[in-house]
Design a protein around this ligand. Structure first.
Ligand code: TXA
Ligand code: MG
Length: 340
């Protein structure tokens, strides 16, 4: 594929049936369609068609070892993708679906191995937006959809981010505006004795434990530079902008900072800052929800500004900032090497 990728605008409320059918027909033929979920744009293919799924890996330059999340339009479709449905799955699905929670469960025979990178498990979720669910329902098959960006890059929260990364490599982009949450789903493994968060996201460990009525949920492991990652999304470098990006530890690090000529500062949370040179582009994301919605948007914007450096001032250590801290650790390098 090398022609420019078509972009179709579609309304979020009451989406046009003809547009949905056009996109669904592409998916049924084994093509690739990018569409908005509530978290980030996904790059969709028919999850039951191995050739279609292979095109996702090719378009993204994604290693074959990184499994894809399967998206369903409703509970029966989600359950058809898995070979077991423990009570914890029922509880979490009832509470959080449709929504930004991915459940990892034993894979059913409906889902080919290429989707799960050979793993016996599959990640499934029902996305929230009507456009996404109607598209999947019309296609009539579960849709494998990783974030619609080149592998290792920043996830897209606007259709134009998808175009910038994947133009000419995919068949269609359904543009329904900015995604509402802006940060990828929480991934929870339900195949171990104790549920385990593999990727922190919009739902925190405390919320999940509350809903599961005191079942203990294990936190995602920190980026592990030596060992094999339990979930490839936990690779230490991921979600990185093209521009050199460093994180400082505290506002004091910004006093006498060796700023290059063109630089941006992204401030997560509320901090007292030392005086900064007037040339610095400053972006403030003071609260967790605003930061989730704005972090990738800001990183994409900085990439387009042709800067020499992005400096990130991370948020406080509170749990509601956990997922954002996680993405920042993967998107930036520490200003000073961290002790191991
Ligand atoms: O919010 C989201 O989850 C977005 C939207 C498009 O749904 N999707 C997304 O997909 O972020 P992707 O491919 O960029 O990240 C999927 C994450 C990866 O960390 C992958 O390793 C993990 O989910 N994952 C998928 N299937 C898994 C499995 N069977 N076992 C463990 N981890 C799995
Ligand atoms: Mg991704």
């Amino acid at each position: 594929m090398s022609r420019a990728t078509r972009i179709l605008s579609i309304a979020t409320d009451n989406p046009d049936e003809h547009l949905l059918e056009e996109a669904a027909a592409i998916l049924r033929r084994g093509g690739l369609v990018a569409f908005a979920t509530e978290t980030v744009y996904g790059l969709g293919a028919d999850a039951t068609n191995p050739e279609a799924v292979a095109r996702i890996f090719e378009a993204k330059g994604r290693p074959a070892s990184n499994p894809l999340i399967v998206h369903a339009s409703d509970l029966p479709m989600a359950r058809a993708c898995v070979a077991a449905w423990p009570p914890e799955a029922e509880t979490l699905a009832q509470r959080y679906w449709p929504g930004p929670l991915t459940l990892v469960l034993p894979r059913s025979a409906l889902i080919p191995e290429i989707v799960t990178a050979g793993l016996p498990t599959v990640g499934v979720r029902i996305p929230h937006p009507e456009v996404a669910r109607r598209l999947i329902a019309r296609t009539g098959r579960p849709i494998a959809a990783p974030s619609a960006n080149r592998s290792m890059g920043v996830s897209p929260t606007l259709a134009e981010h998808v175009r910038d990364d994947l133009d000419g490599r995919i068949d269609l982009i359904l543009d329904s505006g900015q995604t509402t949450i802006g940060l990828e789903s929480t991934v929870v493994d339900l195949t171990t004795r104790q549920p385990r968060i593999l990727r922190p996201g919009p739902y925190t460990v405390t919320e999940l434990e509350h809903v599961l009525a005191n079942i203990h949920v294990r936190e995602a492991v920190e980026a592990n530079p030596g060992g094999a990652p339990r979930s490839p999304g936990l690779l230490p470098v991921h979600y990185a902008p093209r521009t050199r990006a460093v994180r400082v530890e505290s506002p004091q690090d910004l006093a006498d900072f060796p700023w290059p000529e063109r630089a941006a500062l992204i401030v997560l949370g509320r901090h007292e800052l030392p005086p900064l040179p007037a040339s610095i582009q400053r972006f403030d994301l003071p609260a967790p929800g605003i930061a989730a919605r704005g972090l990738y948007l800001t990183l994409h914007r900085c990439d387009r500004m042709g800067l020499d450096l992005i400096v990130v001032l991370p948020p406080p250590e509170q749990q509601e900032w956990h997922a954002i801290r996680d993405r920042i650790r993967r998107a930036t390098k520490p200003l000073r090497p961290e002790p191991r």
